[in-house]
Design a protein around this ligand. Sequence first.
Ligand SMILES: Cc1cc2nc3c(=O)[nH]c(=O)nc-3n(C[C@H](O)[C@H](O)[C@H](O)COP(=O)(O)O)c2cc1C
Length: 187
Amino acid sequence: MAAAGGSGPIGPYPERVGEGDEERVEYDKLRRRVLWTMPYGLYAVGSRAGERRNLMTTNWVTQVSFDPKLIGIGVEKPALTHELIVEGQVFSLNTIARDDRAIVRKFTKPCEWDAAASTLNGFAVHDGATGAPILDQAPAFVDCEVRQAVDLGGHTFFIGEVVDVGFQGPEDTEVLRMEDTRMNYGG
Ligand SMILES: Cc1cc2nc3c(=O)[nH]c(=O)nc-3n(C[C@H](O)[C@H](O)[C@H](O)COP(=O)(O)O)c2cc1C
């Protein structure tokens, strides 16, 4: 499953690439393959605005500062998660156990929230300190308040300060990485 972006080739092009469509398409493919070799983690990002909640499979995640403790995530503008983070100004990161890899396919569209059962798409969640949903089965969570939002075109890079963390399983649980799946994103 490749969750890649737009349709036509995207510049800029190095000088060695001519102006023909075919060359540009080839270069676009090459660049995508190179970018796909970048190693990433894989997370479920929780978001919340009022009583609306969501979990989204996300690999564009990194710590970006240690004082203060800041985490950055790249989120597609059309995603429900984007809307909820802009409105709620919070997000949670949930790590995923390696054995649990199948769940990343469950969070690629807006989730169904069952308030009575406290589940998103049938997966048990609870509210974190910020109110963002924390996946009960996540080995660890990081709860964040948004401090900055950088407009990147198709995505917004939300920078959040870590306001709570926790382990919910053994600390040495092996967590899922992009390379454990056959999926790609971006490129
Ligand atoms: C492996 C994988 C990684 C993904 N990584 C990201 C990501 O880093 N940022 C992002 O906005 N969407 C990412 N997506 C796409 C989202 O999971 C989702 O399909 C889309 O953004 C809609 O989410 P929504 O439920 O918030 O509307 C990824 C999808 C897959 C399958």
